[in-house]
Design a protein. Structure first.
Ligand SMILES: NC(=O)c1ccc[n+]([C@@H]2O[C@H](COP(=O)([O-])OP(=O)(O)OC[C@H]3O[C@@H](n4cnc5c(N)ncnc54)[C@H](O)[C@@H]3O)[C@@H](O)[C@H]2O)c1
Length: 248
């Protein structure tokens, strides 16, 4: 019996890379999963079904409210409830890192629309369904770059910093409804979508207390903790999972 038997989880940005690993891990604990991504998430959903789990996918731009409402409705239509929201969708891999004074206003607006407003809209869309059951888990995906002050993508840093404050405020607003709101701040994760040049990987490894490369599976223990009853009395937390790099 998994820890998330009977639960329904929405994973935004779950079509590929780390989000797909989150979706798989939730399903392995018994959750029925909705993969919500601007990309086609059907192959990630099929992969879960191939291992005996239940999953559906829905194409959603998290920066659009009509899309996020449709996302929540898809979950309700498919599975009848929403217990867990993982706010993982973000503009990340497509960012070309450059000094802040070279970032265009348009790029700033798009990154913050997806990475900040998207989290607000997704939480707003699922909230009535969580409130109706007097319970829920919202997990926002921030980044350890916030604590490290990593240079050359200020719009991204601004967006992931916002999630730390939003997590705290939402935790206070939603506690009375039985909803926990926490965040995970991963370090630099190496996966098939992000191959890190050898010298950068080596310098990150040497900065960590636990000196090895970080992979998506390093994050699933923290996610399952924050998505399950194990964390019922934990809220407003940003949990850094980076092998002991920034030691926040
Ligand atoms: N990879 C890392 O080193 C790292 C480190 C810290 C935090 N993170 C965070 O982890 C998460 C996953 O990162 P990843 O490495 O898998 O990168 P990724 O770019 O593959 O993941 C982002 C996902 O969000 C989706 N997405 C983008 N815009 C969207 C939109 N408007 N609506 C819906 N979906 C949208 C993408 O299609 C993709 O599936 C992101 O929030 C990222 O900021 C990653």
């Amino acid at each position: 019996m998994g820890r998330l038997e009977d639960k329904v989880a929405i994973v935004t940005g779950g079509a590929r890379n780390i989000g797909a690993v989150y979706a798989k891990a939730l399903a392995a604990e018994g959750a029925r999963v909705v993969i919500a991504d601007v990309l086609d998430g059907s192959s990630a959903a099929r992969a879960i079904e191939g291992t005996g789990g239940q999953a559906v996918s829905v194409e959603v731009d998290v920066s659009r409210e009509d899309d996020t409402l449709r996302m929540a409705q898809t979950a309700m239509d498919a599975f009848g409830r929403i217990d867990i929201l993982v706010n993982n969708a973000a503009i990340y891999l497509s960012i070309n890192r450059r000094p802040f004074y070279e970032i265009s206003e348009e790029e700033w607006d798009r990154v913050t629309a997806v990475n900040i407003k998207g989290v607000f809209l997704c939480a707003k869309a699922v909230f009535p369904h969580m409130r109706d059951r007097n319970g829920g888990k919202i997990v926002n995906i921030s980044s350890n770059t916030v604590m490290a002050g990593t240079p050359n993508f200020l719009h991204y840093i601004a967006s992931k910093s916002a999630l730390v404050g939003m997590t705290r405020s939402m935790a206070r607003e939603l506690g009375a409804h039985g909803i926990n709101v926490n965040a995970i701040a991963p370090g630099l994760v190496e996966h098939e979508g992000q191959t890190v040049p050898g010298e950068i990987s080596a310098s990150r490894v040497s900065a960590r207390s636990i000196q090895r490369r970080q992979v998506p599976e390093d994050l699933t223990g923290a996610l399952l903790y924050l998505a399950s009853p194990d964390s019922d009395f934990v809220t407003g937390l940003t949990l850094v999972v980076d092998g002991g790099n920034v030691l926040h």
